[in-house]
Design a protein around this ligand. Structure first.
Ligand SMILES: Cc1cc2nc3c(=O)[nH]c(=O)nc-3n(C[C@H](O)[C@H](O)[C@H](O)COP(=O)(O)OP(=O)(O)OC[C@H]3O[C@@H](n4cnc5c(N)ncnc54)[C@H](O)[C@@H]3O)c2cc1C
Ligand code: FES
Length: 277
């Protein structure tokens, strides 16, 4: 019988330091056949393991349109992420997945898209942003609103420049008051305020929001004021996970298993979850 917890072996083929404590790994399948057969969809996540240290959950931060490799971006938080930072190009780690549901990008065809992210929550959005940009003709206006505490904390700085230079993307970046430098020419202010100022059109528009709970808490009402209906707003939840497969009961909110039924939910679905969440 197959062991469902057996990870793929992945080789780190590249790494990028994005921001203090935040690193991206490009991972190739050590077994090329496994790489050729591997498929995932945007929004899904995996369990990444350092042998002898344990497993951590991260989204797949690359787009499924870029085949043969996956990327993950992680912030050093504790035991496993510290061990991950000690790995180098050429080292091997484990990956189980893909797990979870997906962003329904087929349903969004013909619509405007507004991506809103805060801090380290850009990785799950980066996957779906690139997926939609690689299929650019299928969508109307694309707006990306991204904020971090300071200019240094912005992740994917090289890709922000690339998006900014495109005529078919409207990028708005912001940092918290006090987080700017003299050279900064983005906005200064918290993400929910910047969303209200940018006032994206809500008609025929899907909003995708990822960020720390406090950002989500104030961004959802801002979107509602702009006329966004809850079923047109998507987010991802990051409850602590163990198995990723709906078996251990670690990630549930009421009777919802975030690892199986999520991590992608509409704001409407989140609003029906138990109050303590
Ligand atoms: C679906 C999903 C996708 C995720 N995607 C990413 C990603 O792309 N990049 C990224 O950096 N992180 C992501 N996370 C969060 C990440 O899983 C944790 O930060 C990581 O597992 C910490 O592992 P660790 O062993 O280093 O920390 P631990 O030693 O386990 O914990 C260190 C500290 O972090 C806290 N912590 C650990 N996990 C979580 C969590 N899920 N929520 C809140 N606090 C937590 C612990 O309580 C503790 O205080 C994701 C989580 C989920 C569930
Ligand atoms: S992580 Fe085990 S049930 Fe969801």
């Amino acid at each position: 019988m197959d062991n469902i917890y057996r990870p793929y072996l992945m080789t780190i083929s590249d790494m990028t330091d994005e921001a203090p404590g935040v690193r991206t790994f490009k991972l190739n399948f050590s077994n090329e056949d496994e790489g050729r057969n591997f498929k995932f969809q945007t929004g899904q996540f995996g369990l990444y393991s350092v042998f002898g240290a344990g497993e951590s959950t991260f989204c797949i931060a690359s787009s499924p349109t870029r085949e043969d490799y996956i990327e993950c971006t992680f912030r050093e938080a504790g035991r496993v992420t510290k061990a991950l930072r000690e790995l180098n190009i050429g080292d091997t780690l484990g990956f189980r997945g893909p797990y979870g549901n997906v962003f329904p990008i087929d349903k969004w065809e013909g619509k405007n898209l507004v991506f809103i992210a805060g801090g380290i929550a850009l990785p799950p959005l980066r996957s779906v942003i690139w997926n939609c940009l690689d299929l650019r003709d299928k969508y109307k206006d694309v707006t990306i609103i991204y904020g971090a505490k300071t200019t240094e904390d912005l992740v994917y700085k090289h890709e922000l420049k690339e998006w900014d230079a495109r005529d078919d993307v409207n990028l708005v970046t912001t940092v918290d008051p006090g987080g700017e430098t003299p050279e900064w020419n983005g906005k200064v202010g918290f993400v929910p305020t910047v969303v209200e100022e940018a006032a994206p059109e809500s008609k025929d528009t899907i909003a995708i929001v990822c960020g720390p709970p406090i950002m989500i808490k104030f961004t959802l009402p801002a979107l509602e004021k702009l006329g966004f209906k809850q079923d047109k707003v998507y987010t991802t939840l990051e409850n602590r996970m163990k198995c990723g497969l709906g078996k251990c009961g670690r990630c549930n909110i009421g009777c919802t298993y975030v690892c199986k039924e999520g991590p992608v939910f509409t704001a409407e679905e989140v609003s029906k979850m138990p109050d303590e969440f």
